[in-house]
Design a protein around this ligand. Structure first.
Ligand code: FES
Length: 120
């Protein structure tokens, strides 16, 4: 799995075993709340902030690739950030995430990042 690009700064957030299959955990990544979930063995990272009313998504329940906000029940696809059910109408941001040597790394835009990438 690719662990670096020209426009990414990879930030270590924890160990792989901290995120069990079918569960999500929340991490502070350079001052930004990021919810990371493991589904079918793969990690997915999204913003830990519901677009409906700022609910803590990382504390929500996970069903397959859908994460449900604990406040009012909106659901989002953790692969794309797309809204799956109301009351949210705007998608959430996603982040690149990978594992290397037992560590979880989240990709943040570096100083020379190209702003054409809209996955934040
Ligand atoms: S804050 Fe998430 S559904 Fe309302």
């Amino acid at each position: 799995m690719e662990t670096s690009t020209e426009t990414r700064e990879w930030v270590q957030v924890g160990t792989s075993d901290a995120i069990p299959e079918g569960e999500a955990r929340t991490f502070d990544v350079a001052g930004v709340g990021v919810a990371i979930a493991r589904v079918e063995g793969r990690l997915y990272a999204v913003q830990d902030l519901c677009t409906h009313d700022d609910g803590p998504l990382g504390e929500g329940s996970l069903s397959g690739f859908a994460i449900q906000c604990p406040r009012h029940g909106a659901q989002f696809d953790i692969r794309t950030g797309a809204v799956l059910s109301m009351p949210a109408i705007a998608p959430i941001g996603t982040y690149e995430v990978t594992e290397k040597d037992g560590l979880v790394l989240v990709g943040l835009k570096g100083p020379a990042a190209d702003d054409d990438d809209d996955d934040w």
